[in-house]
Design a protein around this ligand. Structure first.
Ligand code: FES
Length: 103
């Protein structure tokens, strides 16, 4: 089963398989995601805002919560390398612009 992710503010969209990493899906869409650990779930830098669909995601794990707290990440953000996509989402990051070229 495929899910559709829409990335704001550009409106770019990307489909992914059920259980795909949100971080990898954003990168496949050509969008940068901050990371200092290579998605090893160590750095806490990959926070993204789930604009729509966040309620249907698996709740954050204790590990994700601790990483966010330790790195002073806005509690509203989810760490993209922890999020496995299980339905359609709308997502944004403060450093994504409106004019990215669609690859
Ligand atoms: S990329 Fe480092 S914690 Fe997600």
């Amino acid at each position: 089963m495929e899910h559709r992710i829409r990335f704001l503010p550009s409106g770019r969209e990307r489909s992914c398989e059920d259980g795909a990493s949100l971080l990898e899906t954003a990168r496949e869409a050509g969008l940068p995601v901050a990371s200092a650990c290579g998605a090893d779930r160590l750095c806490g830098r990959c926070g993204l805002e789930i604009v729509e669909g966040g309620d249907g995601l698996a709740p954050e794990s204790e590990r994700e919560r601790q990483l966010k707290e330790r790195n002073r990440i806005d509690p509203r953000l989810r760490l993209a390398c922890f999020v496995l996509v299980n339905h359609d989402l709308v997502v944004t990051a403060p450093y994504w612009g409106t004019t990215e070229e669609v690859p």
